[in-house]
Write a protein that binds this ligand. Structure first.
Ligand code: TYM
Length: 338
Protein backbone atom coordinates (compact mmCIF):
# COMPACT_ATOMS: atom_id res chain seq x y z
CA UNK A 1 0.00 0.00 0.00
CA UNK A 2 1.36 3.45 -0.90
CA UNK A 3 1.45 6.25 1.66
CA UNK A 4 -1.89 8.08 1.59
CA UNK A 5 -2.08 11.80 0.93
CA UNK A 6 -3.75 13.96 3.61
CA UNK A 7 -6.87 14.21 1.48
CA UNK A 8 -7.39 10.45 1.50
CA UNK A 9 -10.00 9.20 3.91
CA UNK A 10 -11.75 5.89 4.46
CA UNK A 11 -15.47 5.63 5.17
CA UNK A 12 -17.62 2.56 5.48
CA UNK A 13 -20.71 1.33 7.24
CA UNK A 14 -22.57 -1.75 8.40
CA UNK A 15 -26.28 -2.00 9.09
CA UNK A 16 -27.29 -2.83 12.64
CA UNK A 17 -30.10 -5.00 11.36
CA UNK A 18 -29.29 -8.32 13.01
CA UNK A 19 -26.43 -10.57 13.87
CA UNK A 20 -23.29 -9.92 11.88
CA UNK A 21 -22.02 -12.89 9.91
CA UNK A 22 -18.87 -14.16 8.28
CA UNK A 23 -19.70 -12.32 5.02
CA UNK A 24 -19.77 -8.96 6.80
CA UNK A 25 -16.57 -9.84 8.58
CA UNK A 26 -14.49 -11.14 5.67
CA UNK A 27 -16.02 -8.85 3.03
CA UNK A 28 -15.80 -5.63 4.99
CA UNK A 29 -14.67 -5.58 8.63
CA UNK A 30 -11.32 -7.31 8.07
CA UNK A 31 -10.49 -4.53 5.62
CA UNK A 32 -11.64 -1.88 8.11
CA UNK A 33 -9.08 -3.18 10.59
CA UNK A 34 -6.28 -3.33 8.04
CA UNK A 35 -6.92 0.16 6.63
CA UNK A 36 -6.62 1.92 9.98
CA UNK A 37 -2.88 1.36 9.77
CA UNK A 38 -2.65 3.71 6.79
CA UNK A 39 -5.67 6.00 6.71
CA UNK A 40 -7.94 8.13 8.82
CA UNK A 41 -11.02 5.92 9.02
CA UNK A 42 -14.64 6.65 9.75
CA UNK A 43 -16.74 3.59 10.54
CA UNK A 44 -20.43 4.16 10.73
CA UNK A 45 -23.28 2.07 12.10
CA UNK A 46 -25.93 2.86 9.53
CA UNK A 47 -29.11 2.83 11.59
CA UNK A 48 -31.01 5.03 9.11
CA UNK A 49 -30.35 2.39 6.47
CA UNK A 50 -31.54 -0.34 8.84
CA UNK A 51 -34.97 1.27 9.29
CA UNK A 52 -35.69 1.10 5.55
CA UNK A 53 -37.26 -2.19 6.66
CA UNK A 54 -39.12 -2.36 9.97
CA UNK A 55 -36.94 -2.97 13.02
CA UNK A 56 -38.16 -3.70 16.50
CA UNK A 57 -37.08 -0.47 18.32
CA UNK A 58 -35.55 -2.10 21.40
CA UNK A 59 -33.68 -4.63 19.24
CA UNK A 60 -32.41 -1.81 17.04
CA UNK A 61 -30.93 -0.02 20.05
CA UNK A 62 -29.21 -3.26 21.08
CA UNK A 63 -27.98 -4.00 17.58
CA UNK A 64 -26.40 -0.55 17.26
CA UNK A 65 -24.33 -1.28 20.36
CA UNK A 66 -23.60 -4.84 19.17
CA UNK A 67 -22.27 -3.51 15.86
CA UNK A 68 -20.00 -1.07 17.71
CA UNK A 69 -18.86 -4.00 19.84
CA UNK A 70 -18.11 -6.03 16.70
CA UNK A 71 -15.99 -3.22 15.26
CA UNK A 72 -13.98 -2.94 18.45
CA UNK A 73 -13.69 -6.71 19.04
CA UNK A 74 -12.44 -7.12 15.46
CA UNK A 75 -9.60 -4.72 16.26
CA UNK A 76 -10.71 -1.20 15.31
CA UNK A 77 -9.29 1.30 17.76
CA UNK A 78 -12.15 3.64 18.78
CA UNK A 79 -9.72 6.28 20.05
CA UNK A 80 -7.82 6.59 16.78
CA UNK A 81 -10.70 6.00 14.37
CA UNK A 82 -14.23 7.35 14.39
CA UNK A 83 -17.00 4.89 15.31
CA UNK A 84 -20.50 6.34 15.46
CA UNK A 85 -24.19 5.87 14.66
CA UNK A 86 -25.35 7.49 11.42
CA UNK A 87 -28.54 9.01 12.88
CA UNK A 88 -26.58 10.96 15.48
CA UNK A 89 -25.00 13.14 12.78
CA UNK A 90 -27.79 14.95 10.95
CA UNK A 91 -25.53 15.87 8.02
CA UNK A 92 -26.23 12.42 6.51
CA UNK A 93 -29.97 12.99 6.25
CA UNK A 94 -29.59 16.62 5.12
CA UNK A 95 -27.11 15.85 2.39
CA UNK A 96 -29.19 12.84 1.34
CA UNK A 97 -32.10 15.19 0.65
CA UNK A 98 -29.94 17.40 -1.59
CA UNK A 99 -28.72 14.26 -3.36
CA UNK A 100 -32.31 13.03 -3.82
CA UNK A 101 -32.70 16.13 -5.93
CA UNK A 102 -29.48 15.44 -7.88
CA UNK A 103 -29.88 11.69 -8.52
CA UNK A 104 -32.17 10.68 -11.38
CA UNK A 105 -35.01 8.17 -11.10
CA UNK A 106 -33.50 6.31 -14.05
CA UNK A 107 -30.28 5.79 -12.07
CA UNK A 108 -32.13 4.32 -9.10
CA UNK A 109 -34.24 2.10 -11.33
CA UNK A 110 -31.05 0.30 -12.31
CA UNK A 111 -30.09 -0.69 -8.76
CA UNK A 112 -30.04 -4.48 -8.72
CA UNK A 113 -30.00 -4.83 -4.93
CA UNK A 114 -33.35 -3.04 -4.66
CA UNK A 115 -34.83 -5.22 -7.36
CA UNK A 116 -33.53 -8.40 -5.70
CA UNK A 117 -34.76 -7.33 -2.27
CA UNK A 118 -38.30 -6.38 -3.24
CA UNK A 119 -38.88 -8.99 -5.95
CA UNK A 120 -42.51 -8.82 -7.02
CA UNK A 121 -43.45 -6.81 -3.93
CA UNK A 122 -42.17 -3.49 -5.27
CA UNK A 123 -45.36 -1.50 -4.67
CA UNK A 124 -45.20 -2.35 -1.00
CA UNK A 125 -41.51 -1.53 -0.39
CA UNK A 126 -40.72 1.60 1.64
CA UNK A 127 -39.67 4.73 -0.26
CA UNK A 128 -36.63 4.70 2.02
CA UNK A 129 -35.52 1.35 0.61
CA UNK A 130 -35.72 2.77 -2.89
CA UNK A 131 -33.59 5.84 -2.15
CA UNK A 132 -31.27 3.88 0.14
CA UNK A 133 -28.27 4.20 -2.24
CA UNK A 134 -28.68 8.00 -2.22
CA UNK A 135 -28.32 8.04 1.57
CA UNK A 136 -25.27 5.83 1.15
CA UNK A 137 -23.75 8.40 -1.23
CA UNK A 138 -24.43 11.09 1.38
CA UNK A 139 -22.69 9.00 4.07
CA UNK A 140 -19.55 8.77 2.02
CA UNK A 141 -19.48 12.24 0.49
CA UNK A 142 -20.34 14.07 3.73
CA UNK A 143 -16.76 13.27 4.74
CA UNK A 144 -15.17 13.69 1.32
CA UNK A 145 -14.18 10.04 1.72
CA UNK A 146 -12.00 8.67 -1.06
CA UNK A 147 -11.80 4.95 -0.18
CA UNK A 148 -14.72 2.72 0.72
CA UNK A 149 -14.04 -0.88 1.84
CA UNK A 150 -17.09 -3.03 0.99
CA UNK A 151 -18.18 -6.42 -0.29
CA UNK A 152 -18.90 -6.77 -3.99
CA UNK A 153 -22.67 -6.37 -3.49
CA UNK A 154 -22.10 -2.66 -2.78
CA UNK A 155 -20.12 -1.92 -5.94
CA UNK A 156 -23.10 -0.62 -7.90
CA UNK A 157 -24.03 1.68 -5.02
CA UNK A 158 -20.51 3.11 -5.11
CA UNK A 159 -20.90 3.78 -8.82
CA UNK A 160 -24.07 5.69 -8.06
CA UNK A 161 -22.21 7.72 -5.40
CA UNK A 162 -19.63 8.60 -8.04
CA UNK A 163 -22.34 9.69 -10.47
CA UNK A 164 -24.01 11.82 -7.80
CA UNK A 165 -20.67 13.45 -6.89
CA UNK A 166 -19.95 14.24 -10.55
CA UNK A 167 -23.41 15.66 -11.23
CA UNK A 168 -23.36 17.78 -8.06
CA UNK A 169 -19.94 19.14 -9.00
CA UNK A 170 -21.18 19.88 -12.48
CA UNK A 171 -24.52 21.44 -11.47
CA UNK A 172 -23.38 23.45 -8.46
CA UNK A 173 -19.60 23.74 -8.28
CA UNK A 174 -18.93 24.86 -11.85
CA UNK A 175 -17.14 21.58 -12.54
CA UNK A 176 -14.73 22.08 -9.65
CA UNK A 177 -14.10 18.81 -7.76
CA UNK A 178 -15.97 19.64 -4.58
CA UNK A 179 -17.02 16.05 -3.92
CA UNK A 180 -14.20 13.59 -4.76
CA UNK A 181 -14.89 10.33 -6.58
CA UNK A 182 -14.92 7.56 -3.97
CA UNK A 183 -13.19 4.28 -4.84
CA UNK A 184 -14.55 0.93 -3.67
CA UNK A 185 -11.97 -1.32 -2.00
CA UNK A 186 -12.97 -4.95 -2.50
CA UNK A 187 -10.89 -7.95 -1.34
CA UNK A 188 -10.50 -10.59 -4.00
CA UNK A 189 -10.70 -13.63 -1.72
CA UNK A 190 -13.83 -12.64 0.16
CA UNK A 191 -15.67 -10.21 -2.11
CA UNK A 192 -18.74 -12.45 -2.00
CA UNK A 193 -19.05 -14.98 0.79
CA UNK A 194 -21.85 -17.36 -0.19
CA UNK A 195 -24.42 -19.29 1.83
CA UNK A 196 -23.15 -22.55 3.32
CA UNK A 197 -26.34 -24.22 2.06
CA UNK A 198 -26.24 -22.88 -1.50
CA UNK A 199 -23.06 -21.68 -3.17
CA UNK A 200 -25.08 -19.58 -5.62
CA UNK A 201 -26.71 -17.26 -3.08
CA UNK A 202 -25.00 -14.71 -0.90
CA UNK A 203 -24.51 -15.34 2.82
CA UNK A 204 -27.02 -12.95 4.35
CA UNK A 205 -28.80 -11.97 7.55
CA UNK A 206 -32.17 -12.59 5.95
CA UNK A 207 -31.68 -16.22 4.80
CA UNK A 208 -34.29 -18.41 6.53
CA UNK A 209 -31.75 -21.13 7.34
CA UNK A 210 -29.42 -20.46 10.27
CA UNK A 211 -27.14 -23.16 8.87
CA UNK A 212 -26.48 -20.91 5.87
CA UNK A 213 -24.36 -18.44 7.84
CA UNK A 214 -21.74 -18.35 10.57
CA UNK A 215 -22.38 -15.57 13.05
CA UNK A 216 -19.62 -13.62 14.74
CA UNK A 217 -21.17 -14.63 18.06
CA UNK A 218 -21.43 -18.37 17.28
CA UNK A 219 -19.72 -20.69 19.75
CA UNK A 220 -17.12 -23.26 18.67
CA UNK A 221 -19.64 -26.08 18.54
CA UNK A 222 -21.99 -24.23 16.17
CA UNK A 223 -19.13 -23.16 13.91
CA UNK A 224 -17.87 -26.74 13.62
CA UNK A 225 -21.38 -28.08 12.99
CA UNK A 226 -22.17 -25.49 10.31
CA UNK A 227 -18.92 -26.16 8.48
CA UNK A 228 -19.31 -29.94 8.72
CA UNK A 229 -22.82 -29.69 7.30
CA UNK A 230 -21.90 -27.14 4.62
CA UNK A 231 -22.97 -28.27 1.16
CA UNK A 232 -20.21 -29.64 -1.08
CA UNK A 233 -20.05 -31.77 -4.20
CA UNK A 234 -18.92 -35.32 -4.89
CA UNK A 235 -15.47 -34.57 -6.34
CA UNK A 236 -12.10 -34.14 -4.64
CA UNK A 237 -10.80 -30.58 -4.29
CA UNK A 238 -9.00 -29.39 -7.43
CA UNK A 239 -5.29 -28.55 -7.44
CA UNK A 240 -5.81 -25.21 -9.20
CA UNK A 241 -8.21 -22.27 -9.02
CA UNK A 242 -9.48 -22.92 -12.56
CA UNK A 243 -10.80 -26.27 -11.32
CA UNK A 244 -13.24 -24.45 -9.00
CA UNK A 245 -15.26 -23.21 -11.94
CA UNK A 246 -18.79 -24.56 -11.93
CA UNK A 247 -18.30 -25.78 -8.34
CA UNK A 248 -19.76 -22.87 -6.32
CA UNK A 249 -19.77 -24.63 -2.94
CA UNK A 250 -16.15 -25.73 -3.23
CA UNK A 251 -15.18 -22.28 -4.45
CA UNK A 252 -16.92 -20.64 -1.50
CA UNK A 253 -15.29 -22.83 1.15
CA UNK A 254 -11.86 -22.41 -0.40
CA UNK A 255 -12.40 -18.63 -0.53
CA UNK A 256 -13.45 -18.56 3.13
CA UNK A 257 -10.39 -20.60 4.12
CA UNK A 258 -8.09 -18.29 2.16
CA UNK A 259 -9.66 -15.14 3.61
CA UNK A 260 -9.50 -16.42 7.19
CA UNK A 261 -5.85 -17.34 6.79
CA UNK A 262 -4.98 -14.24 4.79
CA UNK A 263 -3.55 -16.30 1.89
CA UNK A 264 -4.48 -16.75 -1.78
CA UNK A 265 -6.85 -19.49 -2.93
CA UNK A 266 -3.94 -20.98 -4.91
CA UNK A 267 -2.13 -21.59 -1.65
CA UNK A 268 -5.14 -23.35 -0.09
CA UNK A 269 -5.49 -25.59 -3.15
CA UNK A 270 -1.79 -26.34 -3.16
CA UNK A 271 -2.29 -27.79 0.33
CA UNK A 272 -5.65 -29.53 -0.16
CA UNK A 273 -5.93 -30.21 -3.90
CA UNK A 274 -6.69 -33.88 -4.64
CA UNK A 275 -8.00 -34.46 -1.10
CA UNK A 276 -11.59 -34.99 -0.01
CA UNK A 277 -13.76 -32.44 1.78
CA UNK A 278 -13.73 -34.18 5.16
CA UNK A 279 -10.11 -33.35 6.02
CA UNK A 280 -10.36 -29.90 4.48
CA UNK A 281 -13.51 -29.08 6.46
CA UNK A 282 -11.92 -30.24 9.70
CA UNK A 283 -9.02 -27.82 9.19
CA UNK A 284 -11.34 -25.05 8.01
CA UNK A 285 -13.43 -25.42 11.15
CA UNK A 286 -10.28 -25.20 13.27
CA UNK A 287 -9.13 -22.03 11.52
CA UNK A 288 -12.60 -20.48 11.80
CA UNK A 289 -12.94 -21.32 15.50
CA UNK A 290 -9.48 -19.93 16.30
CA UNK A 291 -10.27 -16.69 14.53
CA UNK A 292 -13.91 -16.13 15.44
CA UNK A 293 -14.46 -17.49 18.93
CA UNK A 294 -12.16 -15.06 20.79
CA UNK A 295 -13.72 -12.19 18.85
CA UNK A 296 -17.24 -13.39 19.72
CA UNK A 297 -16.30 -13.59 23.38
CA UNK A 298 -14.92 -10.07 23.32
CA UNK A 299 -18.09 -8.86 21.60
CA UNK A 300 -20.24 -10.40 24.32
CA UNK A 301 -18.06 -8.85 27.01
CA UNK A 302 -18.34 -5.41 25.40
CA UNK A 303 -22.10 -5.78 24.96
CA UNK A 304 -22.33 -6.22 28.72
CA UNK A 305 -20.87 -2.72 29.13
CA UNK A 306 -23.48 -0.46 27.55
CA UNK A 307 -22.02 2.65 29.22
CA UNK A 308 -18.66 2.09 27.58
CA UNK A 309 -20.22 1.51 24.15
CA UNK A 310 -22.48 4.56 24.49
CA UNK A 311 -19.40 6.61 25.39
CA UNK A 312 -17.56 5.40 22.27
CA UNK A 313 -20.58 6.24 20.11
CA UNK A 314 -21.00 9.70 21.62
CA UNK A 315 -17.35 10.55 21.23
CA UNK A 316 -17.40 9.23 17.64
CA UNK A 317 -20.54 11.22 16.84
CA UNK A 318 -19.02 14.50 17.98
CA UNK A 319 -15.85 13.90 15.97
CA UNK A 320 -17.88 12.83 12.91
CA UNK A 321 -20.08 15.90 13.28
CA UNK A 322 -17.11 18.24 13.23
CA UNK A 323 -15.75 16.59 10.08
CA UNK A 324 -19.08 16.62 8.22
CA UNK A 325 -20.44 20.02 9.27
CA UNK A 326 -18.11 22.26 7.18
CA UNK A 327 -18.63 20.03 4.12
CA UNK A 328 -22.40 20.13 4.55
CA UNK A 329 -22.34 23.91 5.05
CA UNK A 330 -20.34 24.39 1.87
CA UNK A 331 -22.71 22.08 -0.05
CA UNK A 332 -25.67 24.15 1.20
CA UNK A 333 -23.94 27.33 0.08
CA UNK A 334 -23.19 25.87 -3.36
CA UNK A 335 -26.84 24.87 -3.77
CA UNK A 336 -28.02 28.32 -2.64
CA UNK A 337 -29.59 27.32 0.65
CA UNK A 338 -29.41 29.97 3.42
P1 TYM B 1 -24.54 -4.43 4.98
O1 TYM B 1 -24.87 -4.05 6.37
O2 TYM B 1 -25.52 -5.24 4.21
O3 TYM B 1 -23.18 -5.21 4.95
C1 TYM B 1 -22.02 -4.67 5.56
C2 TYM B 1 -20.80 -4.99 4.73
O4 TYM B 1 -20.66 -6.40 4.59
C3 TYM B 1 -20.53 -6.72 3.21
N1 TYM B 1 -21.17 -8.03 2.98
C4 TYM B 1 -20.57 -9.06 2.38
N2 TYM B 1 -19.35 -9.20 1.83
C5 TYM B 1 -19.04 -10.40 1.29
N3 TYM B 1 -19.90 -11.44 1.26
C6 TYM B 1 -21.14 -11.35 1.80
N4 TYM B 1 -21.97 -12.39 1.79
C7 TYM B 1 -21.53 -10.11 2.38
N5 TYM B 1 -22.66 -9.67 2.99
C8 TYM B 1 -22.43 -8.39 3.35
C9 TYM B 1 -21.25 -5.62 2.46
O5 TYM B 1 -20.79 -5.52 1.13
C10 TYM B 1 -20.89 -4.42 3.29
O6 TYM B 1 -19.63 -3.92 2.92
N6 TYM B 1 -25.28 -0.41 2.15
C11 TYM B 1 -24.35 -1.02 3.06
C12 TYM B 1 -24.05 -0.20 4.28
C13 TYM B 1 -23.67 1.22 4.02
C14 TYM B 1 -22.41 1.66 3.55
C15 TYM B 1 -22.49 3.07 3.50
C16 TYM B 1 -21.23 1.01 3.18
C17 TYM B 1 -24.43 2.31 4.21
N7 TYM B 1 -23.73 3.43 3.90
C18 TYM B 1 -21.41 3.85 3.07
C19 TYM B 1 -20.17 1.78 2.76
C20 TYM B 1 -20.26 3.19 2.69
C21 TYM B 1 -24.94 -2.33 3.52
O7 TYM B 1 -26.11 -2.57 3.43
O8 TYM B 1 -24.11 -3.13 4.15
Amino acid sequence: MTTPTPQERVFSGVQPSGDLHLGNYLGAIVQFVELQRHYQCIYCIVDLHAITVWQEPERLRENIRATAAAYIAAGIDPKEQVIFAQSSVTAHAELAWMFNCVARIGWLNRMTQFKEKVGKNRENASVGLYVYPVLMAADILAYHATHVPVGEDQKQHLELARDIAAKFNNDFAGGEVFFPQPEPLITAEACRVMSLRDGKSKMSKSDASEMSRILLTDDAESIVRKIQKAKTDAHPLPGEVAGLEGRPEAENLVGIFAALEGVKREEVLRRYGGGNFAGFKKDLAEVAVARLVPMGEEMRRLCGDADYLDGVLQDGASRAESLARPILNRARELVGLP
